[in-house]
Design a protein around this ligand. Structure first.
Ligand code: GLY
Length: 360
């Protein structure tokens, strides 16, 4: 695979670089993007550090960066206010200045927390995202959303803060456990659903990890290309960007019902997309047959397509969802594969249809 570059205009403008082996060139690429940086604050986790930490640090030291590394316990609970404070204190103890930078090496948890720390310490230092999971490569590392979780819910405090560079080395996907890889595929399938029917068909013809990895360059490029177009048009998530939430409202209900343990985000989104497509058919927006096609692709990847949860979780997700405004809710529906249609409807009407669909 030859190296691919995508440029995002949002923020100060930045490149997404995609290439196998890029991890070993991180120092050179970061030096080019952030010529003034002296200190590099690497934030990673206990899964990723033993796999890729030393290679990243070695490549940074070749470029004479002063490197400091902070290893978080792997897992969602690390996205906490306590850890944010710990990162602030760690960076200030090492004399961070405005021209220094944070490098987030890992998945979405590391990227979100490190990104928030970078956006707030000294009112903002440089940020380089080095995502190592499929989910973070196709979604969370691009677009500048940073966050921590609060006791009241996930991602409730955060900022929009675009990185200076995103480095994607597809070779890092080789060490992902299969369910984690496939959870990332749920978001990949989402891009096909909302924007690119040919891409959806391309994915449908690759029902195994091996087949997908053989074309991983095209997969990463296509997803990041769609995401950057959406982010360029609506960086602050006040309009178009909501289409990226296809399957997510119902997905949140399933995640919540499983206490964030039973179902991963990707698994919940997979089932959420199928329910959203079925809902679209019921409402006369989505062409018949679309839910079955989505279901078939997701099932071939070993992802759940139906999750039975108490109706109160669906009510809660629709009521509290951040897309909600007053007594109406904006649904992200499909007209057909590749064509998305946001639709604002009374919440009560949506709940009625969902209740009927679930036979309640
Ligand atoms: N993950 C959805 C977004 O970045 O807007």
């Amino acid at each position: 695979m030859k190296e691919m570059t995508l440029h995002v205009d949002a923020g100060g403008g930045y490149d997404i670089l995609i290439s196998p082996g890029l991890l070993d060139e991180a120092g050179k690429r970061i030096r080019a993007a952030l010529p003034m940086a002296k200190r590099l604050f690497v934030v990673t986790d206990s899964n990723v550090s033993p796999l890729y930490g030393a290679r990243l640090v070695a490549s940074l030291e070749i470029e004479s960066f002063e490197v400091h590394t902070h290893v978080l316990p792997a897992g969602e609970t690390s996205k906490s206010a306590e850890n944010l404070m710990a990162l602030w204190e760690w960076m200030t103890a090492h004399g961070v200045t405005r021209t220094d930078a944070v490098a987030a090496l890992g998945g979405g948890v590391v990227g979100d927390l490190a990104g928030f720390a970078a956006s707030t310490v000294l009112r903002g230092v440089g940020l380089v995202q080095i995502p190592t999971t499929l989910l973070s490569q196709v979604d969370s590392s691009v677009g500048g959303k940073t966050a921590i979780d609060l006791p009241a819910g996930k991602n409730l405090a955060g900022s929009f803060y675009q990185p200076s560079l995103v480095l994607m080395d597809p070779d890092t996907l080789a060490t992902l456990p299969l369910p984690v890889f496939m959870a990332g595929m749920a978001e990949v399938v989402k891009y096909g659903c909302i924007r690119d029917a040919d891409f959806f068909d391309f994915l449908a013809a690759r029902p195994s990890r091996e087949a997908l990895m053989a074309d991983i360059g095209r997969i990463l490029y296509t997803c990041c290309d769609i995401k950057r177009q959406v982010v360029n048009a609506d960086e602050r998530d006040t309009g178009l960007r909501m289409i990226l939430n296809f399957g997510h409202t119902l997905g949140h209900a399933y995640e919540l019902a499983g206490n964030y343990v039973e179902w991963s985000h990707g698994q919940a989104v997979a089932a959420g997309m199928v329910t959203a497509a079925r809902l679209g058919v019921e409402l006369g927006v989505t062409a018949p047959g679309v839910p079955e096609k989505i279901e078939s692709v997701l099932a071939s990847l070993g992802l759940p397509t139906r999750i039975d949860c108490g109706f109160s979780y669906i009510e809660k997700a629709l009521g509290l969802d951040k897309k909600g405004a007053g007594d109406k809710v904006t649904l992200i529906l499909l007209e057909k594969l590749g064509v998305v249609r946001p639709l604002k409807l009374p919440r009560a009407e949506v709940l009625d249809v969902l209740a009927k669909m679930e036979g309640r």
